[in-house]
Design a protein around this ligand. Structure first.
Ligand SMILES: Nc1ncnc2c1ncn2[C@@H]1O[C@H](COP(=O)(O)OP(=O)(O)OP(=O)(O)O)[C@@H](O)[C@H]1O
Length: 231
């Protein structure tokens, strides 16, 4: 019998307003270990606000986000929070470094020896089928390639959860869908949960679970995920 796993995050009754305008209106959401969850909805639905509350970067007016051990996520110190979760940001890729050196950077900053960190980065890029990006200067990369490097860099520290807020918003649909597929495959392979905010209902379908957000509330999803269709 499988051992039931406690959720990585459990959010209950999240409410958040900005200058009287309601952004989140009572959102409850549980994220299980290794689960890919898409938060889908139109502009202004509250996706970014929800991700920031879940990541502990924004304090909700009401409701709580708890970790598996019951600690509130917004009460964690910065170091613990960084170890627990990463926020995917390709704009933080350093253009003066190669792909591998960018991926190695969080380990080096965490005190790992540079050559050990580089080996780990090369191994991860290889495992993700991205060896071709290892030696390339990142200023030369396309947006999709830079995002692929950012995905590897997010995962090199073995986070429990990766938060990605519209990571493909400015890409052409084909490139964006390829990056989303890589993001879901890579986080699943690493055993990390993924919370992906997107306006793109098709991209959301790469995730096992789709949560539709509308005017700060969760509504019934309109499209099933590919994984759910596959059974
Ligand atoms: N810092 C802020 N100050 C004021 N209003 C804000 C702030 N952040 C979000 N809002 C408002 O809260 C609502 C939800 O915004 P949010 O960015 O969470 O939506 P979203 O679904 O991520 O939208 P988008 O797809 O455009 O990024 C919007 O009406 C937005 O204008």
């Amino acid at each position: 019998m499988p051992i039931p796993m406690s959720p990585v995050l459990r959010a209950h009754g999240l409410r958040k307003s900005f200058q009287g305008a309601v952004a989140l209106d009572g959102v409850s959401l549980t994220v299980k270990p290794g689960e890919a969850v898409a938060v889908c909805g139109p502009a202004g639905a509250g996706k970014s606000t929800l991700l920031r509350c879940l990541a502990g970067d924004l304090r909700p007016d009401r409701g709580r986000v708890l970790l598996a051990d019951g600690r509130p996520v917004d009460g964690l110190d910065v170091v613990t929070r960084r170890r627990l979760r990463v926020v995917l940001r390709h704009d933080e890729i350093d253009p003066r470094r190669t792909g591998a050196d960018n991926v190695a950077l969080p380990l080096v900053r965490g005190g790992v020896r540079p050559d050990t960190a580089r080996q780990a980065a090369l191994a991860l890029l290889g495992a993700l089928g991205l060896s071709g990006l290892s030696g390339r200067w990142t200023w030369q990369l396309s947006e999709a390639e830079a995002q692929a490097v950012a995905i590897a860099r997010a995962l090199v520290v073995n986070p429990s959860v990766v938060f990605a807020d519209e990571p493909t918003a400015t890409m052409a649909p084909a490139a964006g869908h390829a990056v989303t597929e890589l993001l879901v495959r890579a986080t699943t392979r690493a055993g990390a949960a993924l919370v992906l905010a997107t306006r793109d209902a098709q991209a959301a379908r790469w995730c096992r679970r789709i949560v539709d957000l509308h005017k700060g509330r969760i509504i019934e999803p309109t499209l099933p995920s590919f994984a759910a269709l596959a059974g």
